[in-house]
Design a protein around this ligand. Sequence first.
Ligand code: ZN
Length: 209
Amino acid sequence: MSIFCIGRNYVAHAQELGNEVPTSAIIFMKPDTALLPASQNFSIPSFTNDLHFEGELVLRVSKKGTNLSDQHPNGIPVIEYCDAISVGIDFTARDIQNALKEKGLPWEKAKAFDNAAVLGSWHTLTPEILSGPIHYTLAKNGQTVQTGDSSLMIYPLDKILAAITTYFTIYPGDLIYTGTPAGVGPTAKGDVFEGFFEGQSVFSVKVNP
Ligand code: ZN
């Protein structure tokens, strides 16, 4: 199973970190060992002093796809290739990422470490959901810290599928983290995160003290 992730997919988030708005989709990956097992607590790794949460919409792939923009020149039907949607967290060691970015090095140490991907329970993807806009939120210790709206994505879901499958074949069971809206911030021991898809709770994760 592959975990694909999109970086800087919202203008306000790119700006809050002082990054340029991308002119082509930023894609990175996490290994399947990055998936936090359901109902397990998260532990802040010892190698970071600035762990950030990034709440994101997540898609589940249901059909093999390669070069989808060639196969669907009039637009990619997301519903044909993905069957479920949820909210997750792309945990990021921001201090490590900044040091790697400065040197032009890959981001894996900052984003692909064990348990760096939280995944909520699935909602079946429907044409109604895809007609959007899709709303989701992330709460930290009971307070909403991120509010997501799919209509603000720089690369919407069909464009994400186009970008990924230009380089990588997708398979059923693959996950796609679609980028985080503004509001990312630090994670402390003892924090509790809860993700909501269209107002419904899809996960609750405790950070070990
Ligand atoms: Zn992210």
